[in-house]
Write a protein that binds this ligand. Structure first.
Ligand code: SF4
Length: 342
């Protein structure tokens, strides 16, 4: 089993606002930071966006990565404005001289560069050699970029090699992990809408983390950015890489006489939004079970639990039945007991 430092893997997201709209961008970053985003990336498509970084940085508390494509001058302006990391694909930054200028500026400020190669932006020569986007092609592209930065005495490097295919991305990172020691930012790019995106990201990121691969993660979703953070935290929690409150609930069946779906959702929502229910950083397991067949057994493993009966349900704490309550009061009673625990 792989033992990892639980505090090591950080959650990254990207703003969906126009970066030059500093008020909206600052609000979004602070909202994401409040729910667990550790690092934020912003798009820098123009000079206004690069210059906006100074104001944004003055109003946020988490590190900011400036995402640059095509124009090295934007990277230089973003560095000047106080970006904490620069993400480039050296393949589309133009001449070696341009890359050198970025490397020198980053060296001077001691900030890292993330080489971000995506399946969709592989160099023509590499695509011609491999005929398709393959793990070997992705890794060769990255190794060339590392070599280039190293030529300029730059070694403060992060890597990412995302594609929209789960198997291809996983194979690429595994190969990359074998061949380099640089920290890796992992994720599935263009993963899709909330439902499919979370599935693809969980499989891809999960497989890699189980291999011990990955230092920062991004769940890319065509959804509100807060959903990315919630999903990322859930992935880390499911792999025991981050602590938090875990709700286990049964799928229900014909034996069930209570509305487990509603109860589980209400409890989840109360915990998610509710510092009034649990103190921050609380680590609990809460079981919501439909009946007594598995209910008490499962609830025994949990710190708190509900198990449904005929016209009422029972609330468990540390394996002991501590209260019986009518169906409609079960959530209220459970939350009251949890509040008392806080
Ligand atoms: Fe069915 Fe009871 Fe198992 Fe839930 S706990 S799935 S209701 S048998």
């Amino acid at each position: 089993m792989i033992i990892r430092d639980k505090s090591k893997i950080t959650i990254q997201s990207m703003t969906k606002t126009k970066t030059a709209d500093t008020a909206a961008t600052i609000t979004q970053i602070n909202s994401l930071a409040a729910i667990g985003c550790d690092i934020i990336r912003v798009a820098v498509p123009d000079i206004e966006s690069a210059d906006a970084i100074a104001k944004i940085k003055g109003n946020i508390t988490i590190p900011l990565v400036a995402c640059i494509h095509f124009d090295h001058r934007l990277a230089l302006r973003a560095i000047e404005a106080g970006a904490d990391k620069i993400r480039i694909n050296p393949g589309n930054i133009g001449s070696k001289e341009n890359v050198k200028e970025i490397a020198d500026a980053c060296n001077k400020k001691n900030i890292p560069i993330r080489i971000g190669v995506n399946g969709g932006s592989l160099e023509k020569e590499i695509l011609a050699k491999y005929k398709a986007v393959t793990p070997e092609a992705m890794v060769e592209s990255i190794m060339n970029h590392i070599k280039l930065l190293n030529e300029f005495d730059f070694d403060n490097i992060w890597l990412s090699a995302k594609t929209s295919s789960v198997p291809l991305t996983v194979d690429t990172y595994r190969l990359l992990y074998e061949q380099t020691n640089y920290p890796l930012h992992i994720g599935i790019t263009e993963a899709g809408t909330q439902y499919t995106g979370i599935i693809k990201s969980s499989i891809g990121i999960g497989a890699l983390l189980l291999d011990g691969i990955g230092d920062t993660i991004r769940v890319s979703l065509t959804a509100e950015p807060e959903e990315e953070i919630k999903a990322a935290k859930a992935i880390l929690q499911a792999l025991n890489l981050r602590s938090g409150t875990d709700i286990i609930s049964c799928p229900t069946c014909g034996r069930c006489n209570i509305d487990v779906m509603k109860i589980a959702q209400e409890v989840e929502q109360a915990i998610e939004t509710g510092s009034t229910v649990l103190a921050p950083d609380t680590t609990l397991t809460i079981a919501i079970m439909g009946c007594a067949v598995n209910g008490p057994g499962e609830a025994k493993q949990a710190d708190f639990g509900i198990a449904g009966g005929n016209n009422e349900g029972v609330i468990f704490a540390k394996g002991e039945i501590i209260k019986k309550a009518p169906m409609n009061n079960l959530v209220f009673e459970l939350l009251e007991i949890m509040r008392a625990h806080k």
